[in-house]
Design a protein around this ligand. Structure first.
Ligand code: ARG
Ligand code: ZN
Length: 471
């Protein structure tokens, strides 16, 4: 009896959020059904992701009508059927998916229609029969609505961003729920397939490989397959007036670029260096981790680029430093993803540093000079007033995360030497690729590979605000 009570307390304490399980008492070995938590437990975005489920695959069938020409409102119409394969990680009488600004019209679990509700940005599903721990099932959600131009916690455009000729779909950190029902946290990676139906003449670009396109009755369905595990924020289904350019990189990776028809040769010139960049980063970080690569260059802008997995997104034009940055993210951020959003410096620091070393390779500037430029910033700079390993949800994409993150890596390289530094980079990708890792994992690995005690080094570089004076 007391063991049961303790078991109950442990089970409840493991859940995070306001819908923690109220498991009914039962005999040992019997299911103890409860509700999955309404979030994955990330303090920056408490309701992002969901407890009690592990999604394995999303099959997204989308039908999208972009806005009519101005002066019609800048609003699209999206309807979708998401077929989601998942496994229960606890005995569930209820679980959530994230869905924001769209309305579900039916939910089927297995082959039976289920009752469901939507509260805020949570889609709450009550499966019957209930799900036992380890049980896999398929959840099919039909949904839809009017698409607008969602913004993140900082006010930046993200998610399904409606444009006159389609949509820009870039969802970091928690914007995937604006276009499909999702367990929206990097710790729940899954594979994806897409069928995206758009007016004939428009192109829909998603992750992975193009399976084909079929046109009937004035509509074209674009089918894409993304078999590499992917964090939800890296999924895209960007729609526009694109031409596709396909070729094979020197390492054999199929490249598919989607270039908006209005882009000039100059605006996309740096993409010609993609193959060389892949080879350069492979030498340093290990094999390119995915089935394909390529860029989307849209005529519209969200104000930033995003490393959408296998198909980086660029707003308006693709400059060389940014092209290198987004490519490097495929290893650093996409294959190895942050365990918590507080670990974002491991994404942005590595991607920024990667652009530094690429520009050094090209003879533009040295990494040492870029490091020195950061160190020359005055003590009053935000660079020296931020804990980069915990920048807060409003500081995720701030300058300190990028530049002090990169400077931290350069200082580490100076401290441990090139062999250990690139050994750390390769082992980081090899050991944690396909999943997630945290700052603590990085520090432990750096100590393991270098054989040095790096506790105070990382303390002053990533855990304390002031400018480090020694490294
Ligand atoms: N990870 C992107 C990059 O550095 C930036 C994403 C910014 N996202 C946002 N919601 N503001 O390439
Ligand atoms: Zn980045």
């Amino acid at each position: 009896r007391s063991a049961l009570v303790i078991g109950g307390i442990v089970a409840a304490a493991a859940l995070v959020g306001s819908t923690a399980a109220s498991a009914a008492p039962g005999r040992p070995g019997e299911p103890r059904y409860g509700a999955g938590a309404d979030g994955a437990g990330d303090p920056y975005f408490p309701l992002a992701g969901n407890g009690g489920i592990d999604v394995l695959h999303y099959d997204l069938d989308l039908d999208y009508t972009p806005p009519a020409p101005a002066p019609a409102p800048l609003e699209g119409q999206l309807s979708g059927v998401a077929t989601i394969e998942l496994v229960a990680t606890q005995d569930l009488d209820r679980f959530n998916l994230d869905l924001r600004g769209l309305t579900a019209s039916s939910v089927v679990v297995g082959s039976k229609s289920m009752s469901f509700t939507q509260t805020g940005d949570e889609l709450i599903i009550t499966p019957r029969p209930k799900l036992k721990t380890g049980q896999s099932t398929t959840v099919t959600v039909a949904y839809g609505g009017t698409t607008t131009r969602p913004t993140d916690i900082e006010g930046a455009l993200y998610g399904w961003v409606t444009t006159r000729d389609g949509a820009m779909v870039v969802s970091e950190p928690d914007g995937s729920s604006t276009w499909f029902p999702v367990s929206d946290h990097p710790t729940d990676k899954a594979t994806y397939s897409f069928g995206i139906t758009v007016p004939a003449g428009r192109t829909a670009v998603a992750n992975g490989l193009l399976v084909g396109s079929e046109t009937a009755d004035g509509k074209t369905t674009w089918t894409w397959d993304a078999p590499d595990p992917m964090a939800a924020y890296l999924a895209t289904a960007t729609v526009g007036d694109f031409r596709l350019e396909q070729y094979t990189a020197a390492n054999g990776t199929p490249i598919i670029d989607a270039i908006d028809s209005t882009r000039s040769a100059n605006q996309v010139a740096a993409l010609a260096r993609t193959s060389d960049m892949i080879s350069f980063f492979e030498e340093r970080y290990g094999p390119y981790p995915f089935v394909s690569y390529g860029a989307i260059v849209d005529n519209d802008s969200v104000g930033y680029a995003l490393e959408t997995q296998t198909r980086s997104f660029f707003s308006g034009s693709a400059g060389e430093s940014t092209v290198a940055h987004e490519l490097a993210h495929q290893w650093m951020g996409n294959h190895v993803s942050p365990g918590r959003w507080a670990d974002i410096w491991l994404n942005e620091g590595w991607a920024t540093y990667s652009a530094w070393i690429w520009l050094e390779e090209r003879g533009v500037s040295t990494a040492q000079a870029r490091f020195q430029a950061v160190m020359n910033r005055p003590a009053t700079s935000s660079t020296w007033n931020t804990v980069v390993a915990d920048p807060g949800p409003l500081g995720l994409f701030g300058t300190p995360v990028y530049d002090r993150g990169a400077a931290t890596l350069h200082a580490l390289r100076v401290k441990v030497g090139d062999t250990a530094f690139f050994g750390i980079a390769q082992e980081w990708v090899a050991r944690f690729g396909g999943g997630t890792a945290t700052t603590a994992d990085f520090i432990a690995l750096a100590e393991e590979i270098s054989g040095q005690d790096l506790a105070s080094f990382f303390d002053v570089w990533v855990s304390q605000p002031p400018k480090p004076t020694v490294w």
